[in-house]
Design a binder for this molecule. Structure first.
Ligand SMILES: NC(=O)c1ccc[n+]([C@@H]2O[C@H](COP(=O)([O-])OP(=O)(O)OC[C@H]3O[C@@H](n4cnc5c(N)ncnc54)[C@H](OP(=O)(O)O)[C@@H]3O)[C@@H](O)[C@H]2O)c1
Length: 241
């Protein structure tokens, strides 16, 4: 199975690539021309590094890039710097989701292509009646106004929910929602829920990046797991002791 990863050299993307390679996937990774990559990537025969700025890739180029793939996984996100949060591209994630969806439609694969988007527990799945307190709605509304990356994450998930939808013969999707991201060196026990079980604002849980990578890799590898979550926005938390 060949899989394309975007946001590949980020803190979560790096773990995801490791997971995919360890279970025998061939992986293509899009990395910006001037960005650094982990040692050993260049020499790994299962990994093809594509040096390109995702914002400058055309639909035809993306279609060509994924024509031998069965899945795309995105760990893309705005860098936590002034430029990353408030500069351009403001809609980095949404535009990338649109680009990948257009490329899949253009290729018209004869099977449902899989797309997994890393998102956030701070975003709601508006297909479900997720219970959110008025205080949380107020704070999330402020964050949406003040922090462009949050609105970008919301719009990206909405595009999959509303424009691709649940009955697209060309592609299926899962939006993975971690809570506060932490670093861990090993996969630990984690739990996955259809909706948040705690407030992402007032009582956030923790999710290790390596567990996000593990879950995303498993999703596209294990058919039963994919069928359980396709078209949904599962929330992932580390299991507490
Ligand atoms: N922080 C949290 O607690 C939290 C919680 C839940 C969800 N999230 C979401 O999860 C995402 C991923 O988290 P992370 O910690 O793995 O992020 P990260 O380490 O910052 O990785 C972000 C990735 O996106 C790429 N990227 C950033 N700006 C880009 C641009 N303009 N063009 C092309 N690529 C670009 C980065 O590449 P470069 O190396 O080239 O910059 C990197 O590969 C976050 O951005 C956020 O949306 C975060």
């Amino acid at each position: 199975m060949t899989t394309l990863v975007v946001g590949a050299n980020g803190s979560t993307g790096t773990w995801l690539i490791k997971e995919l390679l360890s279970i025998g996937h061939d992986v293509k990774a899009i990395v910006r021309p001037s960005s650094s990559i982990p040692e050993g990537w260049e020499k790994n025969s299962g990994l093809e590094i594509i040096r390109a700025d995702i914002s400058n890739i055309s639909v035809n180029e993306m279609a060509n890039c994924i024509k031998d793939c069965q899945a795309v996984l995105s760990c893309l996100g705005h860098n936590p710097s002034m430029k990353g949060m408030f500069g351009y591209p403001r809609k980095l994630v949404t535009e990338t989701v649109k680009l990948i969806c257009s490329a899949i439609q253009l290729n018209a694969p004869g099977f449902p292509f899989k797309f997994v988007l890393m998102n956030t527990a701070g975003n709601s799945n508006r297909d479900l009646q997720e219970s959110i307190s008025s205080a949380q709605k107020f704070v999330v509304g402020l964050i949406r106004l003040i922090l462009p990356p949050h609105a970008d994450n919301e719009d990206a998930a909405d595009f999959l929910r509303l424009n691709v939808g649940q009955n697209n013969s060309r592609m299926e999707w899962v939006v993975v929602r971690p809570d506060t991201l932490i670093n861990d060196e090993n996969v630990t026990e984690y739990e996955v829920h259809p909706s948040p079980i705690r407030s992402a604002i007032f009582n956030p849980g923790k999710t290790s990046r390596i567990n996000v990578g593990n879950f995303m890799a498993k999703l596209i590898t294990e058919n039963s797991l994919w069928n359980q979550w396709k078209g949904q926005m599962p929330v992932i938390y580390n299991k507490m002791d």
